[in-house]
Design a protein around this ligand. Sequence first.
Ligand code: ADP
Length: 376
Amino acid sequence: MSGDPRPGGGLRARILLAHLTVIAVAVGTLFLATLVIAPTLFERAMGGMMGPGSGMGGGMMTGLQAQVDDAFRGAMFQALLISAGAGSIAAVAVSLFVAGRILTPLRRLLGASRRIAAGHYAERVPADATGELGALAGQFNQMAEALDAAEQRRVALIGDVTHELRTPLATIEGYAEGLLDGVVAPGPETWALLRDEAARLRRLVADLQELSRAEAHQLPLHIAPADPAALAAQATARLAPQFAEKGVALSAEVPPGLPRVLADPDRILQVLVNLLGNALRYTPAGGRVCLAVARAPGAVAFHVRDSGIGIAPEHLAHVFERFYRVDKARSRALGGSGIGLTIAQALVEAHGGRLWAESPGPGQGAVFSFTLPVAA
Ligand code: ADP
């Protein structure tokens, strides 16, 4: 890399220079102060000792005083030189120590960031330094963790998507080859099957696009106070024909006087349609589905209750995971992509709410609930 920072050379020289400058200024000031002030003070003291009352002759005294003066100046100068030398050595030692304390963590950060840039996302630095350098190392590790998690999600997503695409593509390919070889008879049933597989692929691509935008928090939300009763009425009205067609009873329980909620009506309708659609999909004919809306602390809760196939406890926590299906073949046969609940959860959480599932067990129905914060 061209403009590569080299914390070794540059920073160490600068720290040393800073220490030496401080020492030079200190020694210069000391020299100046000592050479100007000390002789005056010394002379005054000597004058007191050898003055007229001291009993010494005038000529002898002046000569002696001059010699003592010179000796004092010389000794003082030497002492200052020695202390300047000692100070400079101390400055070099201290600056080497300080530079080491700063440079070691910086070097580690530099090395780790280079390795992360090269794709080694598991890289971390020891966060044992104190103060700002320790905080920087901690922050760096957090950033590395986020990158690592994003990378793992990316790899997992590619694996999942590849897996999901394989089945419909293999079916389409198999039928196309069968048609070409004359093994499969061309007829309405074959065309319908090919159309269904293509539709599954299109749905999967649309869901994936929606999911990636929701997970990256890039779905534009137009949140405003909304009437929960109106949202519930719209959702049930939209799905009523499909419920009637399958022979599943759909009802709504919406008490009067519910407060308005903070919601993007289109997105919340999407969540409700998804939950009601699942309830319909996993409830056999003759069953019941109820959408109940109720007041909760600081929020309004929506519950979609069905009398369908239910969910075993070991699957409950996983149904919101991408591509997780309790019964893969069944869900696929019913047209599910396995991402609906993941998108619904991302949407509800983007509203500041929570989405969860409950079920007494297989064959005993399920309840999917979510909350939306009350508008102030
Ligand atoms: P799918 O498109 O497969 O329905 P979802 O993400 O909507 O994907 O749901 C994930 C899985 O959760 C489903 O495959 C199904 O096994 C389970 N599930 C969702 N809703 C219900 C429900 N109301 N009753 C029973 N199982 C459900």
